[in-house]
Design a protein around this ligand. Structure first.
Ligand SMILES: Cc1cc2nc3c(=O)[nH]c(=O)nc-3n(C[C@H](O)[C@H](O)[C@H](O)COP(=O)(O)OP(=O)(O)OC[C@H]3O[C@@H](n4cnc5c(N)ncnc54)[C@H](O)[C@@H]3O)c2cc1C
Length: 224
């Protein structure tokens, strides 16, 4: 939301408007949680300054040295052949906006499927998104990458298909055999190596938690 990013309205004003207008209390609560993430990222930025561009921790993927430093041309040019990631890359370039899910999927694709350093993707996003914000952007990329989170964020085709109402998957020439096929366990096995399971988590649900955060209260709103 560029008006928030550029200080036209404050977080408190948006929060109060949301609490006053959203019909379902749980929808407002979820929205206010998103605002709280923004506030938290800003506070981290205040503390770290340009060090937000450093990995906060090691990648928890088992491939600490495997990441390329630059954005692949086919990703930037929307020429990977995958309708979803190419669609997101085009939207990014042409509209300056991506839904939060699309940001997460594109970030995960770049870091975990293509093994590119998150900094390359974060810089790319900042060139295009109208709400480009170093704090929210870098922290979110690090969260996906696992350098600011206990585990990497992964998604599968089923997840993407469900939350885009099949928009990309319906026409995908790779449907049923593409890189995002499989359960979270399958994907972990293919993409990660010797990742520790944080205490109290179910490895089969790895990567699902932040979607849950959106999906419980904002299901309709989050759809395309
Ligand atoms: C890889 C990645 C990069 C991101 N880069 C940015 C960025 O540069 N600037 C930015 O403002 N947000 C960023 N986000 C957070 C989030 O995706 C966007 O704020 C949201 O998609 C903007 O959509 P909206 O305008 O419909 O806001 P809404 O969904 O209506 O939310 C309202 C506001 O709440 C805040 N917010 C919502 N979701 C999040 C979140 N997950 N984390 C932090 N704040 C949130 C934002 O300020 C947003 O404008 C990023 C997320 C990811 C996964």
């Amino acid at each position: 939301m560029p008006v928030l990013r550029y200080g036209v309205v404050s977080l408190a004003e948006i929060r109060d408007a949301a609490l006053g207008s959203v019909r379902r209390r749980s929808d407002a609560a979820k929205f206010v949680q998103e605002l709280a993430w923004r506030d938290y990222f800003q506070r981290v930025y205040d503390k770290l300054g340009d060090r937000i561009w450093d990995d906060r921790e090691e990648y928890k993927t088992g491939y600490p040295a495997a990441y390329a430093p630059t954005l692949p041309d086919d990703v930037r040019d929307a020429a990977t052949g995958l309708p979803c990631t190419d669609g997101f890359a085009r939207d990014l370039r042409e509209t300056g906006y991506l839904h939060n899910h699309a940001r997460m999927w594109l970030a995960a694709y770049l870091v975990h499927w293509r093994r590119v350093r998150w900094q390359a993707g974060a810089s790319w996003f900042l060139c295009h998104v109208l709400d480009g914000d170093p704090a929210s952007n870098a922290r979110s990329w690090q969260w996906v990458a696992s350098t600011f989170a206990p585990k990497p964020y992964l998604f599968n085709r089923e997840n993407l298909e469900q939350y885009t109402d099949g928009r990309y998957c319906r026409t995908c020439p790779l449907h049923g055999r593409g890189p995002f096929e499989g359960t979270y366990d399958d994907l972990q096995g293919r993409l990660l190596r010797s990742v520790p399971t944080p205490p109290g988590t179910d490895p089969g649900r790895r990567g699902a938690s932040r979607h849950d955060r959106h999906e419980t209260g904002r299901r309709q709103r989050d759809r395309w």
